[in-house]
Design a binder for this molecule. Structure first.
Ligand code: C2E
Ligand code: CA
Ligand code: CA
Length: 685
């Protein structure tokens, strides 16, 4: 065999096969297994992309280049092609440290432009490592670079060795760990966003190993998956979860729990039958268990997984889609496979408190999921502000460090026992599930169709109000509702809650009335109210009830500015709208003004006909004396109420009923005003 095959860059380069490569190391380099040679694993990241955009020939050209560069570094280099875009090579250690840099530097320009990059892991070839062990370690070192941006070389050193050994340990010791009880089923509470109460838990695996101490799932789950052992772990975790549920059940503190299933569980065993038999051994009912499968496991077009999940579903298990938002074709999966709850990944929750765009992405995601008839659960909630936003966008459930980190069984028991003391859980669950079905973005719900609403700032203001013994409480509302409250003069939601819970306002009285009617009739009820300067029409519809509490969907369907009413406009309205004849005079009984109906009554063309004149000037009365005396008495402070009299109107004598009062200004009588109604032609007696 020509071990220097790539010593001649001019010759067409070729790779060794894997077998030939291993033999080469084994036979020819064994005498040098003292560190004089280095085994490398090179992964060309971006090769697929290059093939796609530039064509396969260009891809091959880039490959050739890489090979020639390695061959050019040392006449002793030997290369084998591994996976589609992976190579193993061996070179003298003295050349190893620069190889990654040189390969990348010498990539052709078109390859660099397309983002091609060589990532290289290396390991010293030392006893007692065999060739395959060397390649495995080099490849491992290379894999650690996958997510490292810009980094292209990693040597297998002591630090990596620890990680590497741990992975090997996990695979070799799983059976022992199960037998010795090192696997634990921890739990993280899942809360209802509206109440902050625990409604269920998610079971998360932990491994308390003899050699490495405490291991987290990312240190063993991927490795067990790689070695097709994950189902063993999962079945043990499920067994533990059932055992713990029994203990909680005996203490009347059980809550439903969720288990994580790997895509491989469906391929490696009859997971459904195993789970059922464990559950029946412990007497755990189906409605107490939900299954979590990741989005990506179901989007690979895997019939096995889809069929398996359907089997659980058909048997009555609740199915959660895990990690939504981290994979691809999520919408496709949701349309074809029915999930009950979608767990929205932490990456979509991060920063919603500070980033408007992140917030609207999450809001739309929640809305879309709800429209498809599924519940939403946000993962990785870490602070109060995030929780508030979840409430505003109508996400039903949440999980995260803000409430509780995953905790060992004993701590879960304490939490649940305490919680079970003061809640009627079953009833509460149904109540909040019904509320959770409402889509706060557009007010629709899976079973509440046909709600129409005017829009305000793009969305209708929508809230869910609870009427209970303490008055009216705002359970949740969307951002449009929130803004409406600001516009009405409330500083924030708490301000509004305080206002409504005082229970005194007229708004409350109207709302309570409408709520009663809505409950009685089962139909939506409208009511109107004014707060500050805003005039609103709103509707209430009963959506859920439990003992002593009723939840209503509250939609604000129209919002207007109330007209500005000043005393002046009020007075004009009264004067002109009443149909009576009004007039007013100064202290000398001279006309200062009159309303239109007064002028019309007498047939005057305008105020000019009367201003500054007295009754005597007008020549209205045959006998002026009684009229003058009446008015003088009024100017002395008396009131004359509804006194019958006569007057001459357009040549006709008519009966009238008149009233007159003094006009005060600063405590002094400055004039009088009066009004009268015509009651018909004059009759004697
Ligand atoms: P997962 O199913 O998405 O579980 C949620 C993970 O997020 C948990 O990590 C949990 O501790 C973490 N987490 C929860 N709230 C927060 C938060 O507010 N902030 C942050 N930064 N993290 C939070 P954990 O327990 O390390 O589990 C990691 C993954 O391992 C799980 O992700 C799941 O995919 C897998 N896993 C866990 N247990 C099992 C199991 O029994 N079987 C299988 N097949 N996979 C499991
Ligand atoms: Ca999960
Ligand atoms: Ca998750």
């Amino acid at each position: 065999m020509d071990t220097h095959a790539f010593n001649r860059p001019a010759a067409p380069a070729a790779f060794l096969t894997r077998v030939a490569f291993i033999e080469h190391i084994d036979h020819e380099l064994i005498p040098f297994q003292d560190g004089a040679y280095t085994v490398g694993y090179l992964h060309l990241s971006g090769l697929r992309h290059l093939n796609r955009v530039e064509g396969i020939e260009r891809g091959d050209e880039a490959l050739q280049h890489v090979m020639l560069t390695i061959a050019g570094v040392s006449p002793e280099a030997t290369i084998a092609r591994y996976a589609g875009n992976g190579f193993a090579f061996v070179i003298p250690t003295s050349d190893a440290s620069s190889i990654a840099r040189r390969v990348n530097d010498q990539l052709p320009d078109f390859a660099k432009a397309a983002g091609l990059m060589a990532k290289v892991g290396t390991v010293d070839c030392v006893r007692p490592l065999g060739p395959e062990e060397c390649i495995e370690r080099a490849r491992f070192a290379c894999e650690t670079l996958h997510d490292a941006k810009g980094a292209y070389h990693r040597h297998f050193d002591e630090e990596l060795k620890l990680v590497f050994d741990k992975r090997a340990y996990v695979v070799d010791h799983l059976d022992d760990a199960i037998a010795r009880g090192e696997i634990r089923a921890w739990a993280q509470p899942i809360m209802r966003v509206l109440t902050g109460h625990v409604c269920e838990v998610e079971i998360l695996a932990r491994w308390e190993s003899e050699q490495y101490g405490f291991l987290r799932p990312d240190e063993f789950v991927p490795e067990l998956e790689r070695h097709a052992l994950i189902h063993k772990l999962d079945l043990e975790v499920i067994r533990l979860a059932c055992e713990q549920w029994c203990e909680a059940h005996a203490a009347r503190a059980n809550v439903p729990f969720g288990i994580n299933l790997s895509r491989l569980d469906f391929e490696l065993c009859d997971i459904y039958s195993h789970v059922r038999s464990i559950m029946s051994a412990y007497g755990v009912p189906i409605d107490q268990v939900h299954i979590e499968v990741t989005e990506s496991s179901t989007t690979r077009g895997d019939d096995v997984v889809a069929r398996g999940v359907r089997r659980f579903r058909d048997a009555g298990f609740t199915i959660y889609m895990d990690d939504f938002g981290t994979g691809y074709s999520s919408l496709g999966t949701m349309a074809s496979l029915r999930f009950d709850v979608v767990k929205i990944d932490k990456t979509l929750v991060d920063n919603i408190e500070s980033d408007e765009r992140a917030r609207s992405v999450l809001a739309d995601t929640v809305s879309m999921i709800k429209r498809l008839g599924m519940q939403t659960l946000c993962e990785g909630v870490e602070n109060e502000q995030q929780l508030r936003i979840l409430r505003a966008i109508g996400c039903e459930k949440a999980q995260g460090y803000y409430f509780r980190k995953p905790i060992p069984h004993q701590e879960v028991m304490e939490t649940l026992t305490e919680w079970s003391r003061n809640h009627e859980r079953q009833l509460e669950d149904a109540y909040y599930d019904a509320i959770g079905r409402i889509n706060l973005l557009d007010g629709t719900s899976i079973d509440t169709h046909g709600i129409e609403a005017a829009t305000f700032l793009g969305h209708s203001p929508i809230a869910i109000l609870e009427f209970n013994g303490n008055g009216i409480e705002l359970l949740s509302c969307n951002i449009a509702y929130d803004r409406l409250l600001m516009r009405m003069g409330f500083a924030n939601l708490d301000d509004f809650v305080a206002y409504t819970s005082r229970g005194a306002g007229r708004v409350n009285a109207r709302a309570v009335q409408a709520a009663l009617k809505a409950k009685e009739t089962g139909r939506e009820q409208r009511f109107t109210f004014i707060v500050g300067n805003t005039y609103c029409t709103a509707s209430l519809r009963l959506i859920a009830q439990t003992t002593g509490r009723e939840a209503y969907l509250n939609l604000v369907t129209s919002i207007e500015n109330a007209p500005q009413v000043t005393e002046h406009t009020l007075l004009l309205g009264l004067l002109e709208g009443s149909g009576r004849n009004f007039f007013w005079k100064d202290s000398e009984r001279r006309f200062l003004g009159a309303n239109q109906s007064f002028l019309d009554y007498y047939g005057f063309s305008g105020l000019g006909d009367i201003l500054g004149k007295t009754d005597e000037d007008m020549g209205w009365h045959q006998d002026e004396e009684p009229f003058r005396n009446d008015e003088l008495r009024v100017l002395d402070g008396e009131e004359i109420i509804e006194v019958r009299g006569t007057c001459l109107c357009r040549g006709e004598l008519r009966d009238i009923i008149a009233s007159k009062r003094p006009l005060y200004s600063g405590g002094e009588i400055v004039g009088l005003f009066g009004y009268f109604d015509d009651i018909g032609p004059h009759r004697e007696g």
